[in-house]
Write a protein that binds this ligand. Structure first.
Ligand code: S3P
Length: 179
């Protein structure tokens, strides 16, 4: 972020089930800001679920919708945004992040991600069937460099949702105070 500028939006990135949506909602409540989840907006616009888009039109089509939604949401201010797990790894994604954005990587381990997604049911087309933990580990390894571009990293294996939201709140307050 540019020195001298307090955050006007928060962008949460991280693997599936890292807590982006839950932490984002909680944080938006604390800040009195709006909350948007990329996947939810894609589903609203398309009128079908993310799974259906993957199965019917393929991943490339989903990525195009995701990129368009990301660009639109990143123009908003006083907003907390939860990206989908694959968004940061798509070419051009980080280039669309404007100044005044506090980006946060919620880091989760493959084992915890798989346990959480399994308890939520088969709603993630990229994590269905087979050796899930190995697949999650491979996908995560391929994406790690893109997640690392976030300004802040927080551990989502250990900390619960309210703690993670408070940590981000503290960072924002600190940056606002330093101005
Ligand atoms: C994806 C993650 C999902 C969703 C889609 C693809 C990915 O979002 O965008 O199933 O490529 O990791 P969550 O991270 O919110 O599960």
């Amino acid at each position: 972020m540019v020195p001298g500028e307090a955050p006007r939006r928060v962008l949460l990135v991280g693997f599936m089930a890292s807590g982006k949506t839950s932490v984002g909602r909680e944080l938006a409540g604390l800040l009195g800001w709006k909350f948007h989840d990329f996947d939810a907006v894609i589903e609203e616009r398309a009128g079908v679920t993310v799974s259906e888009i993957f199965h019917r039109d393929g991943e490339a089509h989903f990525r195009k919708l995701e990129s368009d939604v990301g660009r639109a949401l990143l123009r908003e201010e006083h907003v907390v945004l939860a990206t989908g797990g694959g968004w940061p790894a798509q070419p051009g994604s980080w280039g669309a992040v404007p100044e005044g954005t506090l980006s946060v990587w919620l880091r989760v381990s493959p084992g915890v991600a798989v346990r959480r997604t399994s308890s939520e049911g088969p709603i993630r087309p990229l994590l269905v069937g087979g050796d899930l933990e190995r697949r999650a580990a491979e996908l995560m390894a391929r994406r790690e460099a893109s997640y690392r571009q976030a300004r802040v990293v927080l551990d989502s294996d250990e900390d619960d949702v309210p703690t993670l939201a408070m940590r981000i709140m503290t960072i924002i307050r600190g940056e606002a105070r330093d101005r």
